[in-house]
Design a protein around this ligand. Sequence first.
Ligand code: NDP
Length: 279
Amino acid sequence: MSTIILDGKATSKKIKEELRDKVMVLKGKGVEPTLAVVIVGDDPASHVYVRSKKRACEFIGIRSLSYELPEDTSEEDLLGIVCELNDRDDVNGILVQLPLPKHISDDKVIMAINPVKDVDGFHPVSVGNLSIGNKGFISCTPYGIIELLKRYEVPIEGKNCVIVGRSNIVGKPISILLLRENGTVTICHSRTKDLKGVCKNADIIIAAIGRAKMITDEYVKEGAVVIDVGINRLEDGTLCGDVDYEKVKDLTSYITPVPGGVGPMTIAMLMSNVVSSVS
Ligand code: NDP
């Protein structure tokens, strides 16, 4: 079986180039897309994500405003900043990097963002729009997965799609998007019985678990499409996904690597959301 590697890095670069062209046209009309990025505290991983989002903005020509707040910022102060950004006409998108410090409620902050600026797609209004098929922001990781599948012309219609993981940011929204593409969707989680058996029947597996290399060849049928959302750091410092790539790769028709698969697509779709918030 010949396997096609779904190259998220190259696809993301192409999307960013397309967005750069769009932004050039927008700027020619006097419109400058602007993303406000808010980060609270010193979590190193969050700072890495924020830096790469800012770099992507720079590449595309999106103006980015940066709010780097200390760990002890109060919830009230953060909500105040979000309110201010909601009111600013020159800000199109607001991104508050999660997770927030423990004394601040992620939910309250997400709820405070005006849905028209909710480029992360986490606000209940965005989630609701996605569920009922209305226009609205789609959260970036699931959006990136669908875009990657579409750009490689991987058929979804009628396929048996199994998602492992039911989080609000990946598992649930990707289930809705696959359903929208006419896939037949099963969502699994830690209480699922016979996970191996369920996965073994899948034409498309989406692994969004957060457990290094959990999905082995015992879970994958020959010719399946395997999308690995997981980002896990091993003891030796290297990154790996939720899929045991070496064991599974040769069985699959398409597979995403980690790194270089879903991760870069997430940032590209964030940028796409920012551009679509003005155009
Ligand atoms: P969560 O921890 O929120 O959810 C994990 C899900 O996996 C839960 O639904 C949980 O089930 C399920 N699960 C855990 N253990 C098992 C098991 N043994 N068998 C079956 N199901 C299990 O994670 P996220 O969705 O936020 O993230 C998942 C992974 O994706 C992480 O590695 C994260 O770092 C990565 N990620 C990558 C992104 C990217 O851009 N590439 C973006 C977002 C996340 P239950 O609900 O029953 O507890």
